[in-house]
Design a protein around this ligand. Structure first.
Ligand SMILES: Cc1ncc(COP(=O)(O)O)c(C=O)c1O
Length: 393
């Protein structure tokens, strides 16, 4: 009998915890306070504590978190940021959005994360930061990158959109770098019932800049950030400027990027179940790894220092495209994340990359595909998926 299995399903989790989540949402709906407030502040604190950072600044989504991080570090026109091409578009889009240039390097063929040696080779006089992605919930080799960043005086910015709950060398805080950017897109390891994002850091200067930038560069944090920028450029602060601390005094060209109070309230509840969610993802991955041991599928390998959170479980196979077609025909949703590597995307055509520049990335785009691994996947569904995989691969 054919089953129908979604690649990602957020409804099952909602059904499991419906009373808890809906009560939290209802409380906000009845409060009349929909922007900011104690739910948002509490979630920022709780999420920062969960990941092991001092401060959290929430925002509208993971893309904005990246933009805020780059802006807070003063990265812009003329600067280069080294990143990966094997990621979601937003990673490099944010770099381009602040006026800087993404420099793409290949990933490690085993971890699918940035190869630190290639990152080091790509450093030029214009490089300001290295921006790795803990792809699929796996971890980049952060210690190696930390050393490179210290040696060349570069910022280390982590795209943690796919790695909430992941650990490197035993701790979540080891995945963060100088500044870490998270997404709460509904299907993510910690997903809102809508969009959401967060910047985490231990640096108070960065926090103040992000807090101001996310509300139109206004208020006392904006003034403080502008004064800091003048001081860094060794320029005198203009005496004639109208100065006030309310939100109607704007000091920076910023954004309107907030996490809704409603989302914060729901996310606070979801955060209390994170360990169960990650455990379930890991159990599902382990089931697949064992079941596919003696097949031609190349399964993800967890490295010694890594605690993989399996946002995505992807297999590699020379016949990936054909297998995907067959899986879909028997009701199993699957797909390549992501089919067009960023260095070959139309939006980056003017950067001059060509096919063959990043062989590992290009091979993965052609020969890998994700199968369902969400926490609430049923045993019967996993067994069915393995049975069909074995038939087709
Ligand atoms: C690696 C990566 N970076 C950034 C983002 C952007 O997050 P958001 O969709 O919340 O803007 C995503 C989301 O899919 C992602 O997977």
């Amino acid at each position: 009998m054919t089953m129908k299995i979604q690649l990602m399903n957020v409804q099952r989790q909602h059904e499991m915890y419906a009373t808890e989540y809906e009560e939290a949402a209802l409380k906000v709906l009845r409060s009349g306070g929909y922007i900011g407030g104690t739910e948002v502040e509490a979630f920022e604190e709780e999420f920062a504590a969960y990941e092991g950072a001092k401060y959290g600044v929430s925002c509208g989504n993971g893309t904005d978190a990246l933009v805020l991080a780059l802006r807070a570090l003063g990265i812009g026109k003329g600067d280069e940021v080294i990143t990966v091409s094997w990621t979601f578009f937003a990673t490099a889009e944010s770099i381009a959005a602040v006026g800087a240039t993404p420099v793409f390097v290949d990933v490690d063929p085993v971890t699918y994360c940035m190869d630190p040696a290639l990152a080091e080779k790509a450093i030029t006089n214009n490089t300001k930061a290295i921006l790795p992605v803990h792809f699929y919930g796996n971890c980049t080799e952060m210690e190696k990158l930390r050393k490179i960043c210290d040696r060349y005086k570069l910022y280390l910015i982590s795209d943690c959109a796919q790695s909430t709950g992941s650990r490197f060398k035993g701790e979540r805080k080891n995945t963060l770098g100088d500044i870490a950017c998270f997404s709460f897109f509904p299907t993510k390891n910690l997903g809102a019932d809508g969009d959401g994002g967060m910047v985490l850091t231990n640096n108070e200067d960065i926090v103040r800049a992000c807090r101001s930038l996310k509300v139109h560069g206004s208020g006392k944090d904006g003034l403080w950030t502008l004064k800091r920028e003048y001081a860094l450029r060794e320029k005198e602060f203009p005496a004639s400027m109208p100065v006030g601390e309310s939100k109607y005094y704007n000091y920076l060209i910023g954004y309107n990027s907030r996490l809704d109070t409603l989302q914060a309230a729901i996310l606070r509840k979801k955060l209390t179940h994170m360990e169960d969610f990650i455990d379930a993802r890991r159990r599902n991955a382990e089931f697949y790894n064992k079941a596919l041991e003696d097949t031609d599928y190349i399964a993800p390998e967890e490295q010694k220092d890594t605690y993989h959170s399996y946002y995505i479980y992807a297999l590699k196979h020379p016949q990936a495209q054909n297998i995907m077609k067959k899986l879909k025909a028997v009701g199993i949703a699957c797909g390549t994340y992501y089919p067009v590597p960023l260095h070959l995307q139309g939006a980056f055509i003017e950067l001059g990359y060509k096919e063959g520049d990043l062989p590992v990335t290009e091979d993965l785009a052609k020969h890998s595909f994700a199968i369902p691994v969400f926490p609430e996947l049923k045993d019967s569904e996993k067994e069915y998926i393995v049975e069909q995989l074995k038939k087709f691969g």
